[in-house]
Design a protein around this ligand. Structure first.
Ligand SMILES: [Zn+2]
Length: 190
């Protein structure tokens, strides 16, 4: 979609502004879903690479990458432990929501879960998942998110937006960046 948008818009002689949003990043921040968050970030990174290819060939295009806010207060490392295990997330093959849907519909749900999350839960963890599964899709989805948090040692502080500073990255071949800094430096202070 990003490539197609650039192909169409870059034909405009008067220039263009394109906004590409990875909106699921916010949604999964609200639901504290690290596996889907990383999947969506991977998609977003692929979109950035498409934009970067275009900017490298262009003499006057500025790309700015940022977020309008943080959601969820994600912490990589939690529970007083100085470690995060992203390798766990690489093995998760579907969103917890999708895994729960499949596990609720399948009598062989233990194998379905193990195959999709990439590790075999302990007996105690299976008991928690079983209790959640008997309550339906949503409770099982939440239980799966928490299980993945525990195994990857991921922490969250909120189900809402936070006041954490967000990063801003930009890249261009010169002119675009100068135009932006000039505008900022000559704007009246508000
Ligand atoms: Zn939001």
């Amino acid at each position: 979609m990003t490539q197609k948008a650039i192909d169409l818009l870059s034909k405009n002689q008067q220039g263009f502004v394109l906004l590409v949003e990875g909106s699921l990043i916010d949604w999964v921040g609200h639901s504290n879903d690290i596996a889907t968050a990383m999947g969506e970030m991977d998609e977003f990174a692929a979109a950035i690479e498409v934009v970067e290819q275009f900017v490298r060939q262009s003499k006057d295009t500025l790309v700015v990458i940022t977020a309008d806010h943080n959601t969820g207060g994600l912490s990589v490392g939690a529970n007083d432990k100085y470690e995060w295990n992203p390798a766990v997330l690489h093995k998760v093959k579907a969103s917890p929501d999708e895994i729960a849907t499949r596990a609720v519909a399948d009598n062989n749900w233990q194998d379905v879960i193990a195959a999709h999350i990439g590790f075999t839960p302990t007996a105690a963890e299976y008991t928690l998942l079983d209790n959640a599964r008997m309550q339906g899709n949503e409770p099982l989805t939440i239980a799966l998110r928490k299980l993945i948090d525990v195994h990857s040692n991921t922490g969250w502080i909120s189900g809402g937006h936070t006041a954490v500073d967000v990063q801003v990255f930009s890249s261009d071949r010169g002119q675009g960046y100068l135009a932006v800094t000039k505008t900022i430096s000559t704007s009246p202070t508000k």
